[in-house]
Write a protein that binds this ligand. Sequence first.
Ligand code: LFR
Length: 485
Amino acid sequence: MAVDLGASSGRVVAGRLEGGLLHTEEAARFPNGPVPVPTAHGERLHWDVLSLYSGILAGLRAAAADGGAASVGVDSWAVDYGLLDADGELVGNPVHYRDDRTDGAAERVFEDLPAEELYAVNGLQVQPFNTLFQLVAASGSAHLASARDLLLLPDLLGHWLTGERVAELTNASTTGMVDAGTRDWSQRCLDLLRDRHGVPAADLLPRIVAPGTVVGHLGPAAGPASGAPLVAVGSHDTASAVAAVPAERRTFAYISSGTWSLVGVELDAPVRTEQGRAENFTNELGVDGTVRYLRNVTGLWLLQESLRVWKERGTEVDLDGLLERAARVPALSCVVDVDDARFRPPGDMPARIAAYAAETGQRPPETDAEVARCVFDSLALAYRRAVRRAAELSGAGVEVVHVVGGGARNTLLCRLTADATGLPVVAGPAEATAVGNLLVQARAVGALDGDLWDLRRVVGDSFAVHTYRPEGATAPWEAAERRLV
Ligand code: LFR
């Protein structure tokens, strides 16, 4: 059973291997989202981790009702964590990575450890929400003062399920505190946190375990799933998703497309060049010793927030209808830089897009279909750039782009991506994250054999994909790119 937590919902997905094919079934889905809470210092964005935990328990119980569970694995978005005090009690609710407490934290780190030197260690993109920066932002807080353990979210949930405390490697690699070469906590980062920010990170962080490790066994709260081994999977959702890309060889780029679009290539070793750093390319650690060299492109978040804002104003927009209407809006009428910092926090995306358009001398989109089309054209444009730069900066050859995750269902966006990149796009499975989570478990408990390519073969055999071939020249995309600079 895969527990897969996304920014807008969590799921328990039951998997069954039969005759070399994987069958999946969603056993439970529960809502998730940021919860703004007032504090003495203004509003703080939290995750409701207890509601996630109860959703997980209810889902596992329901999914295991007819026959138990052979194993369980948990994945979620990266970087966020919970703290436990000396009694093993949760200290406060985990803070959401979109909370603005991290403003300026990266700069404080760079005063002692310049960005170039930090990148030489962790190979990680600078995102304000990297755990390292979150800890600097939290330094001196009452919460941190009473903390004895820090567990990343999937590890925290795994701890509640089994009693064990570990840090799964793929997710640990997003904290900024792991050396991408040694694949262990970086002493340099831990010393910096202790000496300059008073954060005893070395005492808080548990040992790192690789995906495929059996962490422990589920306790009685899991009902009929109790006793099942908990397997550390690629607990960073992107690691699980890319493990489930149904490619047959390395010459692929991927777009793991959900709230974020993670766009890049897979490598055997990190590439920590100055140019890659300057372009904010990251080396995240993957399943079976792989490295994901990628960029975080602001993904369907722009559309999700637009839909939310329209709904709040009384217009509930039907997604299928919106996609049909967006497909009829003239191509590339208006494009924005989706990675502009203004689009990061929750808020009125249609208004922010309109402001961006006005600033760059474009006609702002007016209707909902025009806004959606602007988002899709702009995403495809960002994908084009990220795929090309990932290949150029790493030297990887790219013949095909695999789109996995929910965005694989978005036919318009897949078609635009093929056109913009000039490469064939293979879309699916939409469930890649849960699939990657399940296959790593299956191998860990002996239900499957083989290397990553064998796991990917199971994905290719088990799930239908759709191929989009580029139609038309890439010249209009090149021209549109120039509008952004
Ligand atoms: C995708 C993801 C990205 C990470 C972002 C924040 O769900 O895990 O890989 O950069 O969320 O954690």
